[in-house]
Design a protein around this ligand. Structure first.
Ligand code: ADP
Length: 387
């Protein structure tokens, strides 16, 4: 294939990078990874693994020099270095300017607002004193402007007394939305301005940790909301002149509005299911987009439920192995184990995608898997009989 002499660099070497490598093999593309964690799974899988900080200008420039294309699997990267690389002839997708806007939750919101895209209303906050002056806006949702992920940069402020424990860093104070459903749409766009998007997924969160528990696709939403979500996603891709893929997380409010919560200009967990349930995976779609190929078909051929495998407290490796063995005995359960070292409670260790001809059957299979996983929280009970 023509592509085989291309060298693509990825900033970040977590599980998303790992899944991208898997699909790059199908295209005969060589992948180089820049990642600071030597224990990252991609250290074993990529032909060229550089241990280094994606936020460091010199490191990123040195890494990218000589590569054909650079892309990202996380937003925390040095944007100036990407601009330098682009001026040296390296193709950078998504464009550094897109990453720059999205790195800051407030500038992201401003950009969308300026394009007439509905967002959750919010104001910038410059510290505790500033926040105290806006106490009349509570309850609200306070978010770090930069570097929040997996709910770690988000806190709910119920009343004025919550302010003393609030973030001191620059943040955004959002109105508390009455959320009926959280959905996400992945959109792709290439240099030829072809645009395509996947069906919305339903994201079900664990309210305690604000971390995703599982997600269903297609989302159980009205046809009108699905159309609205797709239109928003297509418009966002157009407004950014995106080359690559982007996940658009949205809230469907109890009042029936669809509001953009946040954007991720890279492969995203809300697209995990595309590997098994769609004609083209989000990873293949990203490679197609950044290499200038036609975009692939996004049609779903199965209903799916994606279940995150979070490390339970006090769970031995042996118990986890036993659970994985039981899960793999369930038909149409597809395991993705990220190969992370260490077993800190709450960490995303992998995920399972269940596929089925319809959602009812997917629910049945997912219930079996949840049953197995629930046993992991009581490791002394031992066996995992099911079905
Ligand atoms: P992260 O990028 O860390 O995942 P999010 O912005 O997605 O952060 O917020 C995490 C979760 O917090 C959301 O999925 C949602 O459940 C809840 N949340 C976020 N913003 C609001 C809001 N304005 N009102 C109500 N709940 C919110």
């Amino acid at each position: 294939m023509m592509a085989s002499d291309k060298h693509i660099g990825i900033l970040g070497g977590g599980q998303l990078g790992g899944m991208l490598i898997r699909h790059a093999i199908d295209f005969g593309v060589k992948i180089a990874i820049l990642e600071s964690d030597l224990n990252a799974a991609t250290a074993q899988y990529s032909g060229h693994f550089t241990c280094g900080d994606c936020m460091d200008y010199d490191t990123v420039v040195a890494f990218g020099t000589g590569l054909d294309i650079i892309t990202i699997e996380k937003e925390a990267v040095n944007v100036e270095a990407l601009k330098t690389l682009r001026s040296k002839g390296v193709k950078v997708h998504p464009a550094p300017e897109i990453i720059e806007i999205i790195q800051d939750k407030y500038s992201q919101k401003q950009f969308l607002l300026s394009k007439g895209i509905p967002v959750v209303p919010g104001i910038p906050i410059h510290g505790l004193r500033d926040l105290a002056q806006h106490a009349d806006r509570l309850p609200g949702c306070l978010k770090l402007r930069r570097n929040g992920y997996d709910g770690k940069g988000v806190m709910m402020l119920r009343e004025a007394t919550d302010i003393e424990n609030a973030f001191t860093e620059p943040s955004v104070l959002e109105e508390l939305v009455s959320i009926q459903q959280e959905i996400a749409v992945i959109v792709a766009r290439n240099e030829q301005s072809e645009v395509t998007c996947y069906d919305p997924v339903d994201m079900v969160f664990n309210p305690k940790r604000l971390l995703l528990d599982f997600q269903l696709c297609p989302a159980v939403i009205s046809a009108a909301h699905a159309i609205q979500a797709r239109e928003i996603a297509l418009q966002v891709a157009e407004e950014f002149r995106l080359v690559g893929i982007m996940a658009i997380e949205m809230f469907v409010t109890t009042g029936g509005q669809v509001l953009v919560n946040e954007l991720a200009p890279r492969p995203h967990n809300s697209g995990h299911h595309t590997i098994e349930a769609a004609a083209t995976s989000q990873y293949e779609q990203l490679l197609r987009a950044i290499m200038g190929y036609s975009l692939g078909n996004t049609t779903l051929h199965s209903s799916s439920i994606m279940i995150n495998l979070l490390q339970p407290e006090q769970c031995t490796e042996q118990h986890m192995q036993q659970a994985l063995r039981s899960i793999l005995a369930v038909p149409n359960a597809h395991l993705h184990w990220y190969g992370k070292k260490g077993n800190k409670a709450g960490r995303k260790m992998g995920h399972i995608t269940v596929t089925a001809p319809d959602m009812e059957q997917a629910e049945e299979t997912a219930a079996r898997i949840r049953n197995i996983l629930n046993h992991l929280h009581e490791p002394t009970t031992g066996s995992y009989h099911h079905g």
